[in-house]
Ligand binder design. Structure first.
Ligand code: HEM
Ligand SMILES: *[C@@H]1O[C@H](CO)[C@@H](O)[C@H](O)[C@H]1NC(C)=O
Ligand SMILES: *[C@@H]1O[C@H](CO)[C@@H](O)[C@H](O)[C@H]1NC(C)=O
Ligand SMILES: *[C@@H]1O[C@H](CO)[C@@H](O)[C@H](O)[C@H]1NC(C)=O
Ligand SMILES: *[C@@H]1O[C@H](CO)[C@@H](O)[C@H](O)[C@H]1NC(C)=O
Length: 508
């Protein structure tokens, strides 16, 4: 009897709590969706696996009308910013009120959670400053040949699987994911891997595990729950495995005095000397003088950054190249322009692809820009770090509230980009430029924009050029990507299928 009463009481309390939570925006007369679904808010369809998180947020964007609205992410009230100018204000001018992402972070007990993406406040700022030189154009130039080699291995692989005569269908996304993962394994983890020939190597197997579960969403949606799970022992096996790999590689390099021009080398320099040299020829991990600078960057920190670089880098880089090929295959005139540009520039450089040659392909730049408009990572996130009155209104966003900027919605809004579903690289050409630049943020904006913007651009462009240079892409009818319901980003269901054939060797 008492048990039953207790049960009823608890049930009522829970009901009240949820009801109360879901009246958060109404109580503040903040604009919000009148028919909110209890108990998952705008993520109901995500929980039911009927939509991906990106599409659910896209739908919420399309449905609403006001420049900002209160939404519910599971139980948490959050603000969606629909207006590009307001988004800019928040990301750039008013950054000091929104400097964190509010993701799971446990600095004391889980050092591996201290990555650049999740870190907050001053710790984030310090690390960002320290890591920035790693991504300078001269450092990237020095690493170019590594990406170039991996690109060649991708071409070799395609040559193996394609028939000598005629064409065959390939999942170009899958191929480019392998390319992107090998670049990260090589440049960031210092490994000598070829996943095209050895698909079951240690690195691939480890990172493959990471793609299979949903902890990522939990880290975003319920950071405090994630924290307790980790404390209870749900340690991240992938992260631990990657740390082991790094430890071995670092020890090996130090023991044998090996200097490789890659990011791991620079992070070792940071670990041993306290900073990364501005001098582009200095890849040494030994300090000339003891500066007495406090050394807080440890092996765990290298592993945490390596891991987040893997998460942030592989899907984004491969998607940009794969979706470009997918779109070019549907637009024969654009395809011809892209192919001609590649041929012309290569002819000018004696057939040699180099970092500089890659800079001379303006049309491909437009294509990649347009791809990243139509297929961005679907949302940016911030946390309000101090009470903020939305300019020109009486509405206050309270400290601690998550902010969502639905990039997919903004990038596909006809208000900002005419005919948004039409793939039109020329909309970005300087002579045309008929779009609202504030609405275009494929790499985010403000002090927390993508730290690896250059690297992402170079590697996706390189992958694209390798394919256009060596293969013919068969033209196909118009179609749209089908987005997988289980993903956060734009994960194409069944891959990105295109038909390729070997290019007839030019006769000399
Ligand atoms: C075409 C490729 C890429 C795209 C489209 C892309 C896009 C983005 C976006 C949209 C953000 C969030 C920015 C914001 O919140 O304002 C971001 C952040 C970030 N990206 Fe990328 N990214 C790419 C490649 C990479 C690569 C290759 C790496 C690592 C090697 C990387 C590492 C990061 C990191 C560490 C952050 C967090 C920065 C911070 O909070 O300080 N990204 N990226
Ligand atoms: C996603 O779920 C919806 C609703 O259950 C279904 O109609 C749709 O086919 C699914 N899409 C994919 C790509 O699985
Ligand atoms: C480890 O964390 C990543 C993202 O941070 C996630 O994708 C992966 O599923 C996690 N792995 C395990 C075993 O929890
Ligand atoms: C290389 O750079 C590191 C970090 O800035 C510095 O400590 C070291 O003294 C430099 N080495 C040389 C040979 O200049
Ligand atoms: C570091 O040492 C090298 C050789 O020992 C020397 O050439 C260089 O000038 C030194 N750099 C600094 C910053 O002291």
């Amino acid at each position: 009897m008492i048990a039953l009463l207790l049960f009823l009481l608890l049930g009522t309390l829970l009901f009240w709590f949820i009801k109360h939570q879901y009246s958060y925006w109404n109580r503040r007369s903040f604009p919000c969706d009148p028919d909110t679904n209890i108990p998952y808010g705008c993520l109901t369809s995500v929980v039911k696996h009927e939509k991906s998180m990106g599409v659910a947020l896209y739908d919420a964007y399309v449905k609403a009308k006001s420049p900002f609205i209160g939404i519910y992410l599971l139980f948490r009230p959050a603000v969606m910013i629909r207006d590009a100018e307001l988004a800019h204000q928040i990301l750039i001018q008013d950054f000091t009120s929104f400097h964190d992402r509010g993701l799971y972070l446990d600095e004391k007990r889980d050092r591996m959670s201290c990555n650049l993406f999740s870190l907050r406040g001053q710790r984030w700022r310090t690390l960002r400053q320290k890591l920035t030189p790693t991504f300078s154009s001269s450092k990237l130039k020095a690493m170019f040949h590594t990406s170039d080699d991996i690109g060649d291995k991708m071409v070799e692989h395609l040559n193996k699987i394609l028939p000598d005569e005629g064409r065959a269908e390939v999942d170009i996304k899958d191929i480019l994911v392998t390319y992107a993962i090998d670049i990260i394994g090589s440049v960031i983890f210092g490994l000598d891997i070829n996943s095209f020939e050895e698909p079951k190597n240690k690195f691939r197997c480890l990172v493959r595990q990471a793609r299979r579960n949903n902890l990522l969403m939990l880290i975003f949606l319920c950071p405090s729950v994630a924290k307790y799970l980790v404390r209870l022992g749900f340690k991240n096996k992938t992260a631990i495995g990657l740390r082991e790999i790094l430890k071995d590689t670092i020890e090996y390099r130090e023991k044998h005095n090996i200097v490789r021009k890659d990011m791991l080398q620079l992070m070792m320099q940071l670990m041993n000397t306290g900073k990364i040299a501005e001098d582009d020829d200095n890849w040494s991990t030994k300090a000339n003088t003891t500066t007495g600078e406090e050394n807080e960057f440890t092996l765990d920190d290298i592993a945490a950054q390596g891991f987040i670089f893997y998460i942030a880098g592989q899907d984004s880089t491969s998607s940009a190249a794969a979706f470009t090929i997918f779109e070019l295959a549907q637009n024969p005139d654009l395809l011809a322009r892209a192919q001609n540009e590649v041929q012309e520039v290569l002819a000018r450089h004696n057939g040699q692809l180099s970092y500089d040659a890659l800079q001379e392909m303006p049309f491909l730049d437009l294509c990649l820009q347009e791809t990243m408009r139509k297929y961005p990572f679907p949302f940016l996130s911030r946390e309000c770090t101090r009470d903020y009155t939305i300019p020109g209104t009486q509405h206050v966003i309270e400290k601690g509230t998550p902010i969502v900027i639905p990039l997919l919605g903004i990038h596909r809004d006809p208000h900002y980009f005419t005919n948004p579903m039409i793939y039109d690289p020329d909309r970005f050409s300087p002579s045309n430029a008929n779009y609202n630049p504030n609405a275009y943020m494929p790499f985010g904006a403000g002090p927390r924009h993508c730290i690896a913007l250059r690297m992402g651009k170079i590697n996706s462009k390189l992958g694209l050029v390798k394919i256009l240079q060596n293969f013919d892409v068969e033209v196909m009818g118009k179609r749209e990507i089908i987005i997988d319901n289980h993903s956060a980003g734009i994960q194409p269901k069944g891959g990105v299928k295109v038909r390729l054939s070997k290019r007839a060797k030019p006769c000399h």
